[in-house]
Design a protein around this ligand. Structure first.
Ligand SMILES: C[S@@+](CC[C@H](N)C(=O)[O-])C[C@H]1O[C@@H](n2cnc3c(N)ncnc32)[C@H](O)[C@@H]1O
Length: 352
């Protein structure tokens, strides 16, 4: 993990598995120590980022359905259900472990919650498929908290972690798609170089791509070794030397670039009038896509001079609630280092 505070929280709770979260949840009445254990287990799964900022955009939406399109450990979802008694929540995650953890955590909210297996690129289909849950209720808000959860990053078996030697899998949904080791076994050097360059590897993208293609690593530590061999210590940035390579491969394995563009477009279609779309991104490429897609939906492609106002008939589908991205306070970053890179953007749908 990315920093001392969370490292410490994880280490003190690492013996609690998802199973134990469920067991602690169902033991009633809870003693103080089991409440503490439950909170610690939840925090070990994932500490929700920018929680009060997210809530501030949802509390005004009114009764209806909100979609948490990236449930993770269910932290944001639970906060939404607690803060807004008039909403029901449709929760989506492509990771079966996240769905299981969230189902248990959100059990006390009964029929107000439905947790389903889908990706956010499928949001239009989901709206039709889950018509019995949504009914005639308006979709008031959609949350997309992108990337991977702390649980996915820290679980040594999944191949996301730089700290544990494991087969390179990296699939958020391990039941589908191609794992990272197979991608690495097949990818050509130029495609890999371009991918690494897009993820900020800059001048070392070519050397790292060549090293990976020569060695075709199958485990996390073999991949780290392939990167370390070609990036001299004097040129290493803050953080782990292989972080960007891991991130680039994870994005490729999970088709995250397609998922993000499709997911944003689908979310804007699925939202009802006055509904809010809240998106949290964790790297600059991802945030740029969010910013551009929302700006395009706000302008409708209109290029009329500001002095004239819009005379071209473009449809301005959303209003962007804040021009610049919102970031975590220093206090939150100190409590949860993962929040350091978070960028939150919000848009409100202004046409049906
Ligand atoms: C940052 S975590 C969300 C954490 C959550 N907000 C919480 O409070 O615990 C991101 C989650 O989104 C899921 N995810 C990522 N991309 C997805 C996609 N395209 N469709 C559905 N789920 C996705 C991941 O499996 C992961 O569990």
């Amino acid at each position: 993990m990315r920093g001392a505070v969370f490292e410490c929280a994880v280490r003190t709770t690492c013996s609690l598995t998802t199973d134990e979260v469920g067991r602690v949840t169902s033991s009633a009445p809870l003693s103080v120590s089991s409440v503490d254990r439950l909170q610690m287990a939840r925090d070990a799964f994932h500490v929700p980022v920018l929680e009060s900022e997210v809530l501030s955009y949802f509390v005004t939406v009114g009764d209806g359905v909100v979609v948490d399109a990236t449930l993770g450990g269910g932290g944001h979802a639970e906060a939404l259900l607690r803060a807004i008694p008039g909403v029901r929540l449709l929760g989506i995650d492509r990771d079966p472990e996240a769905r299981e953890a969230s189902r248990r955590r959100l059990e006390p909210y009964g029929s107000r919650v439905r947790v389903i297996d889908a990706t956010f690129a499928d949001l239009r289909d989901v709206r039709e498929r889950e018509a019995d849950f949504i009914g005639a209720a308006p979709v008031r808000g959609i949350l997309m908290d992108l990337g991977v959860s702390s649980h996915q990053l820290d679980d040594g078996r999944r191949g996301f972690s730089l700290r544990v030697d494991a087969p390179l899998d990296m699939r958020m949904d391990p039941s589908t798609g191609i794992d990272a080791a197979s991608v690495i076994a097949q990818i050509d050097e130029e495609s890999l170089r371009a991918l690494l360059a897009r993820h900020g590897e800059g001048r070392f993208a070519r050397a790292i791509a060549a090293s990976i293609v020569t060695r075709r690593p199958r485990t996390t530590f073999e991949l780290i070794d392939a990167v370390e061999r070609v990036v001299p210590p004097a040129h290493r940035r803050r953080g782990h030397v292989a972080t960007r390579t891991f991130q680039a491969l994870r994005v490729l394995v999970n088709d995250e670039e397609f998922q993000l563009r499709e997911g944003l477009a689908a979310a804007l279609d699925v939202l009802d009038l006055d509904g809010v779309l809240v998106v949290i991104a964790y790297h600059s490429g991802e945030d740029r896509v969010v910013k551009d897609v929302l700006a395009e939906a706000a302008s409708g492609g209109c290029r009329c001079p500001v002095e004239l106002g819009c005379v071209c008939g473009a449809v301005h589908r959303v209003s962007v609630v804040k021009a610049s991205a919102m970031m975590a306070s220093p206090d939150e970053v100190a409590r949860n280092p993962r929040s350091r890179s978070a960028r939150l953007r919000v848009a409100r749908k202004i046409v049906p």
